[in-house]
Structure formats: structure tokens, C-alpha cells
Ligand binder design. Structure first.
Ligand SMILES: Nc1ncnc2c1ncn2[C@@H]1O[C@H](COP(=O)(O)OP(=O)(O)OP(=O)(O)O)[C@@H](O)[C@H]1O
Ligand SMILES: [Mg+2]
Length: 338
């Protein structure tokens, strides 16, 4: 074991992000949702008007994920060097943040070429793949994300050979609430018709949405919160990350012997075992689902996220407060699909 300690120390010393959650003003709920996403490995969708800080928030996600293990850093370095991205710096010690433009091809996203090269999903391995303006992506391109999201790897088949690259990433996506962007903004008028909004949201395929456990509204920050030189008291990335690490440790204990490491990976069978809720919470969830018109597929997602919220609080049992917070992270099913 001494080798392990040494290498992780080396990694800790070389890891350095130039950005921090402290720089984001306000957005308390969005930060909380990102903390939960990181703690449970959940994919997340940020919904808000232009300039509300979606990109700023998503970029900071790697800073609150647990530090890379040495083996993972080596594997990541290999992928990045195949793509010619490592430069002179050698070992990749920070979790990547990849943000491909919505005009990307499917080969660019999952990899390809005569001599197969890793695509964005593999370059985002162990880190974050950020899809900004999600509805603008070609449906066929988003479709190819399903395999890596499911298997955490991609296989690129060519006549002569087939190559597999790792692709275990967290998906973060962002979108405006409607085509003009201002549907949820109290200070601007939105001119989109319900049909236009429905078409816009409908561009994202159901199966992809199915793999995103958390939706969060990111409203425009009030001027009062943005103005002023003194930053208000808010948790730094290091503080949030410490909570994430503790929650992840609980999950590692829970899934010992299984092939998953965090709550997001639970199969329906595991959900039945690990996400039991008492009858009071069950009733509350049932009535919330009816009231908000949530689909059955939202049910398992709510349970998984409740499990992570309970883990962050250090609770063995999932309680009604955990469930009701998790219900709040299904805004897209609620507002737009109903
Ligand atoms: N909460 C915030 N705290 C501090 N600065 C912010 C905040 N929100 C936005 N900003 C500032 O506004 C800029 C624009 O934010 P950002 O690009 O993240 O918005 P966005 O929601 O991604 O917008 P778009 O929909 O246009 O992509 C940021 O670079 C930052 O300077
Ligand atoms: Mg943006």
C-alpha cells in the first residue's frame, strides 16, 4: 500500500483547477443540485435563460468530483495521448471537462476515423461531458451517446478491426427553457407559443432524457446578488468536494462486491434493495407524482436521487425530506411534458 499513498500524494500536488464554486454568486439551488449529482454520479440537465450561469456552473463540476485515483489518471493519460492532447505536461491529473459544439459529428462524439481515434466521450472519461444547448444537437448524434452512457465504454468497428475506448463520464447538459430563452424569466417577456416550446423540448429524445436523473432550473441571478466587490459567504469547491467524498465512501461500502460504485448506476433490482422508503414517504411520493403528472419512469430516478441526498446527510434510511427534494429535480417532466 505505501506506493498507493505516494502516488495519490503526487496527484494531489499536481492537481490544480483555476476555477472554484466560490466564484458563482447566488444559484444556491443549482449548486446544491450539482453537489448531489457529483455525490451520486448522476447526470444533470441545467435549464435557464441566456447568461444565467449554466456554463459557469457546469465548468466547475470537475472541481467537486473526488480526486482521480492513480490508475484512472494513467488510463486517462493514455486516451489523451492517443488523441495527441497531453503535450509536454505528461500525466493528466485533473478530471477533464469537454464541451463539444452542437455541430459535432457522431464520429467526433464517440470516436472514429480510419485509424480510430477517441471521441469526446472518451476524452471526457473520468470527467464531465458538457452538452450546451442540448436541443440544438442533431438527434442522430445524441442517439450514439446511448451506448457509452449504458456501458461506460465505446466500441468503434472498422472493417479491419474493432477498438474499444473507455468512456465513463458524467453528462452535464444545458438548455434554455424555450426557443427565445426567456420563458422562466420574470424580467423579460417570452413570445414562444406552447407548441413552439413543446417542439423545442421534444427535440431531445426520451431515451436520452431517461438517463438524466436531475433537472434543475437556473434562473437569472438578481442584479443585487451579482453586484458588489465582496463575495458573500459561500462554500468553496474544496468544502463541497469533502462532502461528496464522504457520500461516495458510503456508496462504495454499499456496493462492495457489485460492479457499480455510485447510486446512479443502480439497476432496478438494486433500487428495490437499497432505496426502501417508509409508507409515509411512499404515500407522499405517490401523491406528488399524481399531482405533478410524473411518469412511471421518473419513479426510479427519484428513488436513486433520494438515496444520494440521504447519503450526503449521512442517513442510513431515506426519509420524506430526501424524497421530496428529489421530486423537485424532475422539472422537465413536470413543466413541459405534462
Ligand atoms: N451566478 C453568477 N455569478 C457570477 N457571475 C455570473 C453568474 N451568472 C453569470 N455570470 C457571469 O455571466 C457570464 C455568462 O454566464 P454563462 O455563460 O455561464 O451563462 P449561460 O447560462 O451559460 O448562458 P447561455 O445560455 O448564453 O449559454 C459568466 O461568464 C459570468 O461572468
Ligand atoms: Mg452557456
Amino acid at each position: 500500500m505505501p506506493l498507493k499513498v505516494e502516488t495519490s500524494e503526487i496527484l494531489a500536488r499536481t492537481e490544480h483547477y483555476n476555477i472554484d464554486f466560490k466564484e458563482v454568486r447566488g444559484q444556491v439551488s443549482a449548486k446544491r443540485a450539482l453537489e448531489i449529482a457529483s455525490a451520486g454520479g448522476h447526470n444533470i440537465l441545467l435549464i435557464g435563460p441566456p447568461g444565467s450561469g449554466k456554463t459557469m456552473l457546469a465548468k466547475r463540476l470537475p472541481t467537486i468530483m473526488p480526486p482521480l485515483e492513480f490508475d484512472a489518471a494513467l488510463e486517462l493519460t493514455k486516451i489523451h495521448s492517443v488523441a495527441g492532447l497531453t503535450g509536454r505536461s505528461g500525466l493528466v491529473t485533473e478530471r477533464p471537462f469537454r464541451s463539444p459544439h452542437h455541430t459535432i459529428s457522431d464520429a467526433g462524439l464517440i470516436g472514429g476515423g480510419t485509424l480510430p481515434r477517441p471521441g469526446e466521450v472518451s476524452l471526457a472519461h473520468q470527467g464531465v461531458l458538457f452538452l450546451d444547448e442540448l436541443p440544438e444537437f442533431d438527434r442522430a448524434v445524441l442517439e450514439v451517446l446511448r451506448q457509452p452512457l449504458e456501458d461506460q465504454k465505446v466500441t468503434i468497428s472498422r472493417a479491419a478491426m474493432s477498438l474499444t475506448f473507455p468512456a465513463a463520464f458524467m453528462l452535464a447538459a444545458a438548455m434554455n427553457p424555450c426557443p427565445c430563452g426567456y420563458w422562466s424569466d420574470p424580467t423579460r417577456e417570452c413570445r414562444c407559443s406552447p407548441l413552439q416550446i413543446q417542439r423545442y423540448v421534444g427535440r431531445i429524445s426520451g431515451p436520452l432524457l431517461d438517463r438524466i436523473d436531475i433537472h434543475i432550473d437556473v434562473p437569472a441571478v438578481k442584479f443585487r446578488e451579482l453586484a458588489g466587490d465582496v463575495l458573500p459567504e459561500t462554500d468553496s469547491s474544496a468544502i463541497i468536494r469533502a462532502r461528496v467524498i464522504t457520500a461516495r465512501e458510503r456508496q462504495l461500502d454499499r456496493f462492495r462486491g457489485e460492479r457499480i460504485f455510485c447510486n446512479a448506476g443502480m439497476t432496478p433490482r438494486m433500487i428495490r434493495v437499497h432505496c426502501k422508503i417508509d409508507s409515509k414517504s411512499e404515500q407522499m411520493l405517490e401523491s406528488a407524482m399524481q399531482r405533478l403528472g410524473l411518469s412511471a419512469r421518473a419513479y426510479d430516478r427519484i428513488l436513486k436521487v433520494s438515496r444520494t441526498i440521504a447519503d450526503l446527510e449521512g442517513c442510513e434510511n431515506i426519509g420524506a425530506t430526501h424524497v421530496s427534494e428529489a421530486v423537485g429535480y424532475r422539472s422537465l417532466d413536470r413543466t413541459y411534458w405534462a
